[in-house]
Design a protein around this ligand. Structure first.
Ligand code: ZN
Length: 186
């Protein structure tokens, strides 16, 4: 188990749809452990495998003091919408109003290959949607209003981390103060 560098926006892995997990083996359990450890250290409320450079359909969360993980998820969403700001560990310091379904039911598998159903509202529902999007190569800035997306892109271009990422072709290790995110980034 080890803490992995979190890939930042600009890394192609973040916009690449991830592959289904086929083997529920020790390697998968190590991936879940690495994701969990990396999320807790960030700290964040959720983390998807592509965010540590692994293009597999796996994510973890830490919401309301409960840790969880899900593999090869599918989602059913409520029509009822929740308002609220959202952030992402792959976008240091960005937070924007991001509409999401109020309630989500996620079906998938745990790391032992057993089918599980996870049902959540509010932050858990938000996390399930945000992380499933990551597995499809969709990022939270894709969910913003047109004007917020424009501001977000401007903020990204002007950020310290964006140019470095692109120029170097890899992600610098960025430490974001937990006070900026209250550990709620996904
Ligand atoms: Zn994210």
């Amino acid at each position: 188990m080890s803490i992995q560098p979190i890939r930042l926006f600009g890394d192609p892995v973040l916009v690449t749809p991830a592959s289904d997990v086929v083997d529920f083996d020790k390697e998968l359990r190590n991936l879940v452990a690495d994701l969990t450890e990396t999320m807790l250290e960030a700290p964040g409320a959720g983390l998807a495998a592509p965010q540590i450079g692994v293009s597999l359909r796996v994510f973890v969360w830490d919401v309301d003091d409960a840790l969880g993980h899900l593999i090869n998820p599918t989602l059913d969403l409520s029509e009822e919408i929740q308002e609220g700001e959202e952030g992402c560990l792959s976008f240091p310091e960005l937070r924007y109003e991001t509409p999401r379904a109020f309630r989500a039911v996620a079906k998938g598998w745990n790391m032992y290959g057993e089918p599980i159903i996870v049902e959540g509202t509010q932050l858990l529902a938000r996390a399930l949607q945000h992380e499933t999007d990551h597995l499809n190569g969709i990022l939270f800035i894709d969910k913003l209003s047109k004007s917020d997306r424009k501001s977000a892109m401007k903020e990204i271009r002007e950020s310290d981390w964006f140019g470095i990422t692109i120029a170097a072709g890899f992600n610098p290790a960025i430490k974001v103060s937990p006070h900026d995110t209250f550990g709620r980034n996904l």
